[in-house]
Design a protein around this ligand. Structure first.
Ligand code: 0WD
Ligand code: CA
Length: 380
């Protein structure tokens, strides 16, 4: 892997150093008691508007407004508006950690520490979605990942880069898949209102530039974490009214007709739903089941904390403890490998199914984690 397209100098990891060069991922290696995970706390939030511009407030937060009863057919048509009321975010634009870093710059005071060597009181800064991918790695057999890591003033920043396979998939996405992706957003529009007592307006435009993101602090074992994730809505009538537990994650999935389909759904899909919502402490996931015609044939609410009860009967299913123990081991691995504090230095961790996690080292390459404006803002 010595030659890189950008011609950046690739230093090979030293084979004589104490740090291990790879991290195995087999679930059996992580089948230990559930590790300590501190109750996630919301540090703040931000919004991205219809033009994808950052605002350090909750203007894009929406309110959960389900139909009167979880009846059989709420009459949602998820295909409605795909041709004429859809504004899509340009997903060829790589944003990296940009918006999260903007929030950090605006909230530096809140994040200061006593520790002189550290600028922020977090060992890791990243997107929630990146951590979700790490959590599910021991059970993933289709898609690999690339995570770039930089140590700057005592904090490790983790930012994903698209794999070649993911880029091909994105560029060759079928019309059917594009419509399916739209249907997920349309489902949100049917269930969310703009005000706490409002009702959803399905006649409006679906614009995927818009987002509300929560910023969360937590701790996994001895690793302190600061991460942000996109939140679909808050439930103004939630039994636990404090964020992040009042937040609701919305999902769509193909309607199931038998227990084999449900078992597969629990094994392959619910693992991702659980990991995504467990990390930030989002307590409920509302699933809309899609019929073949794009209608919703039923809704089901999952309590994130009760998902492990649904799967533990099934031998050979995933285990939450394995996901969390693997994540803790991965973060410990990063700490042993990435020890040079340098905003221009990137360790690129790569994983593909059937292999252990490995890494390469890059300087001043295409794999940049921290933009100059961030390094300058925090050096001032
Ligand atoms: O640059 C990148 N490689 C990524 C950037 C990858 C993933 C996310 N992002 C950014 C986006 O700016 C987005 O606003 O992170 C934000 C969301 O972060 P997250 O919450 O950590 O991501 P994740 O948990 O993977 O996804 C949450 C939701 C998705 O909902 P579903 O129900 O499908 O999980 O965020 C949306 C999507 O609606 N989403 C994205 N929005 C814009 N760009 C992206 C993306 N790349 N990925 C997921
Ligand atoms: Ca969602």
């Amino acid at each position: 892997q010595a030659d890189h397209k950008d011609g950046s100098k690739v230093k090979h990891p030293r084979s004589d150093s104490k740090a291990p060069l790879t991290l195995p991922v087999a679930p059996s290696l992580y089948d230990a008691p559930f590790p300590f995970y501190r109750r996630p706390a919301e540090m703040g939030c931000f919004s991205l508007d219809a033009k994808r511009c950052f605002h350090g407030d909750a203007r894009q937060l929406r309110y959960y407004a389900p139909p009167p009863s979880e009846g059989p057919t709420p009459g949602f048509d998820l295909r409605d508006g795909y041709r004429d009321r859809y504004v899509q975010r340009d997903d060829s634009v790589r944003e990296g950690l940009e918006h999260l870093l903007q929030w950090i710059v605006q909230n530096q005071k809140q994040l200061q520490t006593e520790d002189k060597g550290k600028l922020l009181n977090a060992d890791f800064v990243t997107w929630r979605g990146h951590l979700t991918k790490v959590l599910t790695t021991p059970y993933e057999n289709r898609e690999g990942w690339l995570l770039a890591v930089t140590l700057f003033r005592g904090t490790l920043y983790i930012s994903e880069f698209e794999t070649e396979a993911a880029r091909r998939e994105r560029e060759q996405r079928s019309e059917m898949l594009k419509e399916l992706m739209y249907m997920g957003y349309k489902f949100e529009q049917y269930l969310c209102a703009d005000t706490p007592d409002g009702i959803p307006d399905p006649t409006g435009v679906v614009n995927t530039n818009e987002a509300f993101c929560t910023v969360i602090r937590s701790r996994l074992g001895n690793h302190s974490l600061l991460f942000s994730g996109e939140v679909d809505c808050t439930d103004p009538r939630s039994p636990s009214p404090q964020p992040p537990s009042c937040y609701v994650e919305l999902k769509t999935s193909k309607v199931m007709h038998n227990s084999a389909q449900r078992k597969s759904f629990y094994r392959h899909k619910v693992i991702k739903w659980w990991a995504q919502s467990f990390l930030p402490g989002v307590s409920r996931i509302v699933a809309g089941y899609r019929g073949p015609d794009g209608s919703i044939v039923g809704l089901e609410t999952f309590e994130t904390m009760k998902i492990f009860q649904l799967i533990r009967e099934d031998q050979g299913c995933w285990k939450p403890a394995v996901c969390m123990n693997f994540c803790a081991a991965f973060l410990a691995f990063l700490k042993t490998v990435v020890t040079e504090d340098n905003p221009k230095l990137v360790h690129l961790f790569a994983w593909n199914p059937g292999h252990p996690v490995s890494f390469t080292v890059h300087q001043d390459s295409q794999y940049c984690v921290l933009p100059d404006w961030y390094v300058e803002a925090l050096s001032a």
